[in-house]
Design a protein around this ligand. Structure first.
Ligand code: CUA
Length: 354
């Protein structure tokens, strides 16, 4: 039995180490996390295999014969055996927890030149804010990061529990309503990587996906400077203010809208709304239709779509923001091409500054 257990342990551990569990390593801590995981496998797979070997052996060898109803001999304590099976697991678990603590401590260490990025989660989209030394923060619905620069994420939630998960960074942090939780990483690879929500947060949980783009430092600085310039020049007024609300409130997480370069398909598309509104109720104006859809989304769920739209935008957004959003949507989603072209040429979209 011992020989079988040892052979099975070696084979099981070899297989578990051979399997490629994780995506690419795109941050400086990825290697440490993967090594920690390998040690967890080395410590746990032999225990699992050994216990299963003994259990299966006993089931086969000591099973009761048909008609045998006896309970078997009572078992008395064996202090030596009990001491061994308490102390060995204790030592294994204590060693692993110390190792895990050291790895986590390394990762959370304050590094010079750290950039703070706010991660704002809500059903069912992510928003990102880059605080500036002076003036308002730069906002974006896509996470852009410079390569090789330490980042401190400040993770927040506007509604329920979410979890900010970037598998390629080996970063996963719960977003807790009412708390700001920090987590660190240093991206080490240029490219685009998925951001997922790793906490069941409602019907649209599986659609709560976005992308992080890691770019050369010069490219990132150029993007940030462009965003700051746009903020300073006060370009984000009128329709641009509505577009800003569209991007930061998470609308792009579920809807397609050509003007905002949004391409999600969870909710109904927002281009050509005038026709949809007229078809529903000719007496209602387009703006009334849009406002009702935002403030009371479940009153008019579009055919073919589930009631996924969060019903709390009325309390999440200010009256001013809803006003801007309604103006913006009514303006850019009308089928008239001239109106849309006019709106796009006078303002600048967040996502066009690249
Ligand atoms: Cu947010 Cu799941």
């Amino acid at each position: 039995m011992l020989a079988i257990g040892i052979v099975a342990s070696v084979v099981g551990t070899a297989i578990s180490l051979w399997i490629d569990w994780f995506p690419s390593q795109a941050s400086t801590q990825a290697d440490d996390v993967d090594r920690l995981y390998d040690w967890l496998l080395i410590a746990s797979v032999p225990v699992f295999v050994l216990v299963m070997t003994v259990a299966i052996y006993c089931v086969v060898k000591f099973r009761a014969q048909p008609g045998d109803e006896r309970d078997g001999e009572p078992i008395h304590g064996d202090p030596k055996l009990e001491f061994i099976w308490v102390v060995i697991p204790f030592l294994i678990v204590a060693a692993l927890s110390v190792y895990g603590w050291v790895a986590l401590n390394d990762q959370e260490e304050k590094k010079p030149n750290t950039m703070v990025v706010h991660v704002i989660s809500q059903q069912f989209a992510w928003g990102f804010e880059y605080p500036q030394p002076s003036g308002p923060p730069v906002r974006s619905d896509e996470l852009l990061l410079p390569v090789d620069r330490p980042i401190e994420f400040k993770v927040e939630s506007k509604d329920v529990l979410h979890s900010f998960f970037v598998p390629d960074f080996r970063v996963k942090q719960d977003a807790v309503p009412g708390l700001t939780v920090t987590t660190n990483t240093t991206p080490s690879k240029v490219g685009s990587f998925p951001i997922l929500c790793a906490e069941l947060c409602g019907l649209g949980h599986s659609t709560m996906r976005q992308t992080v783009r890691v770019m050369p430092s010069s490219e990132f600085t150029a993007w940030l400077d462009g965003e700051k310039l746009a903020l300073r020049e006060g370009e984000k007024t009128g329709l641009a203010a509505g577009r800003e609300v569209f991007s930061t409130a998470g609308c792009a997480g579920c809807h397609t809208l050509a003007d905002a370069k949004a391409e999600a398909a969870t909710g109904p598309p927002l281009d050509g709304l005038a026709e949809v509104a007229a078809a529903r109720d000719p007496k209602q104006t387009l703006k009334e239709y849009v406002r009702e859809s935002i403030e009371d989304p479940n009153a008019l769920v579009v055919k073919g779509y589930g009631p996924l739209m969060p019903p709390n935008y009325r309390s999440q957004l200010s009256a001013r923001q809803i006003e801007d959003l309604v103006d913006y949507l009514a303006s850019v989603s009308a089928p008239s091409g001239s109106q849309r072209a006019g709106a796009s040429s006078t303002t600048r979209s967040t996502s066009s500054v690249r």
